[in-house]
Structure formats: C-alpha cells, structure tokens
Design a protein around this ligand. Structure first.
Ligand SMILES: *[C@@H]1O[C@H](CO)[C@@H](O)[C@H](O)[C@H]1NC(C)=O
Ligand SMILES: *[C@@H]1O[C@H](CO)[C@@H](O)[C@H](O)[C@H]1NC(C)=O
Length: 341
C-alpha cells in the first residue's frame, strides 16, 4: 500500500501516460505531415494537362515494359499516336501492349525488339524501322540501367550502364536521324536526371568500371545532357529538335539494384516521397507533344518547366569532346549517317 501511495504521489504517475499519448500523437502527426507532403506533390508537381492529340504521328519509346516508359507509351497511345514500343524483353512488352490497347482502345501499338546494350541489336532495330516506317515524329530515349557494386560488361565489351544509357542511344539516334529529318518537324526526347550533378563522363576513360555503385548511372546522365546540347547544335535548322528532362525521383524498378540494408532504408522514403510512374512521365509527354515547344531545342526540363543546368554541362567544348569520343566508342562506320553541324 505504501508503495502504491508513493507511486501515485510521484510525478511519474502522470508523466508516463502523458508521454505515451504525446508519442502516439507525434507519430500520427508525422504520418499526417508525410501524407500531406505526398498529396501536395501529387497535385503540384508538374502535370501536363493539355489535351493535344497525336493522331497520325509515329513515336518510338525505348524501355517501356514498366515504370515511366510504360506510362509514356500509354499516354501517347491515349492521344492517338502510333506507338512503337522498343523493348529488350518481348514477352513483358507484349503484356504491356495488350494492357495499353485495352486501356486506350488504340490498336496502333507495336512491339519491336531493341537491346540498347548491344550495338548489333540497335542496328537491327534501326534497319527494321527504316524499312517499315515511312516517318518518325518522336523518338523517346527512355530506357535506363543503373550499375551496382558488380559492374557488368555488354557483348561490345563496354560497361552496361554507359552503353545502355548513353552509347546505345547515341548510336540509335545516328541510325534514325535521316528518317527524323525526313519527318521534320520532329523531336527527340532524352530522359536524363538531375542526379547528373553527382557524376561526370570521364573524358580520359570513356569505359570505366572501377567506380562506386551508381556512379556510372550519374555519369551516363551527364553524358545524356551533353549529348542533348551538342545534338541540338548540330541539328539547328533541320526541323528536328532535341530536349532532355529530369522525370523526378520515381518509384520504379531502377531502385531494385540498391543492395540491402540501404534498400530497407530507401523503401519508406521511396514510398512516401517519390513520384509514381504516371506522375513521372508528365515532362516526357510534354516534350513529346506540346505544340508550344516545336522550335525549342537543347533545353533541360523538370516538372514540366524549363530548368537551368550546371556549368559543367553548359561547356560546349566538353560536349563536343564527349561527342567525338562516343563516335569512336560506337564504332560509327563510313556508311553510317554522321550528324554534322
Ligand atoms: C535507310 O533507308 C534509306 C533508303 O530508304 C537509306 O538511304 C539509308 O541509308 C537507310 N539508313 C539506315 C540507317 O539503314
Ligand atoms: C570546358 O571543357 C574543356 C574540355 O574538357 C576544359 O578543358 C575546359 O577547362 C572547360 N572550361 C570550363 C570553363 O570549365
């Protein structure tokens, strides 16, 4: 009894319950704040709301079996475009194609094999397109791969990330440039990332493998932007434009390469703060369809707005150097189209 009386008399008697209630409220409050931020982001992060149609236009979207590529293909199909899904995994692509046709009622959705980590596959794909398509209005370079601790080499003996994200699209652009020029006004859209600021294309070693995990992803994204800027310069006056973008941080398969325990910490952050793929495809779709952008070229966009670039990617000497290195890396031949200023 004496113990109980003393307990009641002590401040602990009321401090504990108050602490518990306060903790519960703090946790609920935190969830509330996260939820509010997420909702705010959902409705304010650039949405492309124009109903612009794409009937009669042919577009190629690379890497569209999931994530923002799939949503980009869906959006463009919804607007009436003939959508060529250029994918590595044909089985997955056929499933997505069926889903998009079902959803949009647009039957002009086509699957073609393209493996950007193989120059042979890129050449095969381009030859096929060149033969079967009379025009090409939009080429969307969307496919991406992110390196991990263990670097992988492609059949061309180049590190996987650099070839899939930069050298592959560089070669594909060359092989399709005549068709794009013939179809002018036409567009190229390059999905880059604001994470380009973390990495840099290594001019002294264009095929590095001894980097930290993820670094080559950032470097390839820097290369994407330098490529966009130099390509825009070389395409001046042709009616073919090229712009690049940051889609936002997206909930997508690309994070699956992050190893545990980092991935466990990343998971709740991804769930709470990253855009879903439908929100993530908005800037790509805008660059592909917005009539207002017909003459805009060499620019970088984020959240459906033009955005500024760092000094390193504004250096045109550097852009030109990366271009020349890339021509050698993809073994651009005598008979291949060159893109000259
Ligand atoms: C595409 O076809 C045209 C002829 O229709 C040809 O001149 C051109 O070299 C071909 N380009 C490629 C990359 O195959
Ligand atoms: C631009 O890039 C070139 C080539 O990499 C380099 O030599 C030069 O210092 C850079 N200029 C600036 C202003 O950073």
């Amino acid at each position: 009894m004496i113990v109980a009386e003393a307990w009641k008399a002590s401040y602990l008697y009321w401090v504990f319950p108050v602490l518990i209630v306060a903790t519960v409220f703090a946790i609920l409050g935190l969830f509330g704040v996260v939820f509010a931020i997420r909702l705010f982001a959902k409705y304010t992060c650039g949405q492309f709301r124009k109903p612009t149609r794409m009937d009669g236009k042919t577009v190629i979207v690379t890497g569209c079996t999931g994530g923002i590529g799939k949503e980009t293909a869906r959006e463009l199909a919804k607007r009436g475009a003939r959508v060529i899904m250029a994918c590595r995994n044909l089985e997955a692509a056929e499933k997505v194609k069926a889903e998009i046709i079902e959803d949009t009622k647009n039957t002009k959705v086509i699957v073609k094999k393209l493996d950007l980590s193989s120059f042979a596959s890129i050449r095969e794909f381009a030859a096929d397109i060149n033969k079967t398509e009379t025009k090409l209005d939009v080429l969307v370079h969307n496919a991406g791969y992110a390196d991990t601790f263990k670097k992988r080499k492609t059949v061309d003996d180049i590190e996987m990330t650099m070839e899939t994200n930069h050298y592959g699209p560089f070669l594909l652009t060359h092989l399709l440039i005549d068709l794009l020029k013939k179809s002018a006004p036409s567009r190229i859209v390059v999905v880059a990332s604001s994470l380009y600021r973390i990495g840099a294309f290594n001019i002294d070693n264009p095929n590095p493998v001894d980097t930290l995990p993820g670094y080559l992803y950032y470097a390839s994204k820097e290369a994407n932007i330098l490529f966009t800027r130099e390509l825009a310069r070389r395409l001046e006056g042709t009616g073919v434009t090229v712009n690049c973008l940051h889609p936002g941080l997206i909930e997508s398969g690309i994070w699956s390469s992050v190893p545990p325990p980092l991935s466990w910490m990343l998971y709740p952050i991804i769930k709470c703060f990253f855009k879903n793929p439908q929100q993530g495809c908005q800037t790509t779709v805008m660059l592909a369809v917005d009539e207002k952008l017909e003459k805009v070229s060499g620019k970088y966009f984020s959240d459906c707005r033009e955005s500024s670039l760092s000094n390193s990617v504004s250096n045109m000497t550097r852009a030109k150097k990366v271009w020349e290195i890339s021509e050698k890396m993809v073994k651009l031949g005598e008979d291949d189209p060159r893109i000259e200023a």
